[in-house]
Design a protein around this ligand. Structure first.
Ligand SMILES: [Fe+2]
Length: 178
């Protein structure tokens, strides 16, 4: 009886893979994602959440693993008044979908409106930025496209220097957003 139990325990243990085998496995998983992953990211499947930076809706991101193109992060940002303020490396693209507003990038105001493309440049210490909506009647919405490999190569990290007004309000009222 004891011998049978020992055998069963041994069968459950996953084999320990070395780096070469892990590389093969990772490449296979990536190839599978590109072969069979869903190629439409539907609005209804992407929940908007209130974060320290603001209202974000991720189409591609760190927790999304069933699509091709695993090195992209794509999300929308709905700005009602102001976003949070943070610093990270640039090299990313923002397309304005709705409304009008402006961004303050390293202290400089840059205005934008629906249909515009906004670029965050690569700079030695990254770029500090915050986004604002100019129309209190209608939120501004833009979509960001970020290449993770580029961010990794330049060892980018996010430093939050101010949280969004909505997040701050939610925190103060005892509701802890995601
Ligand atoms: Fe940012």
């Amino acid at each position: 009886m004891a011998e049978i139990e020992r055998t069963r325990v041994r069968e459950k243990e996953a084999p320990v893979l070395g780096d070469y085998e892990l590389a093969i496995k990772s490449m296979h998983e990536n190839a599978e994602r590109n072969l069979t992953g869903r190629v439409v990211c539907r609005l209804d499947d992407c929940k908007q959440t209130l974060t320290r930076q603001g209202r974000l809706r991720y189409y591609l991101g760190f927790s999304i693993t069933d699509t091709p193109l695993r090195d992209w992060v794509v999300f929308t940002h709905e700005i009602r008044t102001a976003s949070g303020k943070h610093r990270h490396q640039g090299g990313l693209i923002i397309y304005v979908i709705e409304g009008a507003g402006y961004s303050v990038v390293d202290g400089e105001r840059v205005d934008w409106e629906k249909g515009d493309l906004v670029l965050l440049p690569l700079r030695e210490k990254g770029v500090e930025h915050q986004h604002f909506n100019v129309n209190p009647e209608k939120p501004a919405v833009w979509m960001a496209f970020i290449r993770r490999t580029l961010q990794d190569y330049v060892a980018s990290e996010i430093t939050q220097t101010e949280v969004s007004p909505e997040y701050k309000k939610a925190e103060e009222s005892g509701r802890t957003p995601a």
